[in-house]
Design a binder for this molecule. Sequence first.
Ligand SMILES: [Zn+2]
Ligand SMILES: [Zn+2]
Length: 134
Amino acid sequence: MKNTIYAAVIAACVLVAVVIFVVRRGGSGGVNDIPDTQMLWVKCTKCGQGYEMGERQYYRELEEKSKANPSPMPVAMPLTCQKCSKDGVVRAYKCERCSEVFRAGSVQGDFEDRCPKCKNSATEAKRKARMGQQ
Ligand SMILES: [Zn+2]
Ligand SMILES: [Zn+2]
């Protein structure tokens, strides 16, 4: 009887692992699925400058960085800055309202894209718009 329970638990674990694997692959789609034209904002924590770069290039560089710096925890390594050549570039957002470029998650415990200057958040705005339509 005990063995049957163990077998069921193991089977459930395997199933969960497979589902997570499939969902992750299907969800992210891989770097090559990102169109060349898709841009994202980054900001350098060393020199404070923000600029736009190709999203595909961003993920490629991120991958190279994590390969060069193996870590037991999956941490997002800062990329090399195109302006000051230091490793300080992180994911950022450009505020639609006040054009401030700020690093993702500047306002802790809030939306990633919450502007620290004018408190606008594109994600929140989209959610509100969606709620308004219903
Ligand atoms: Zn820099
Ligand atoms: Zn703003």
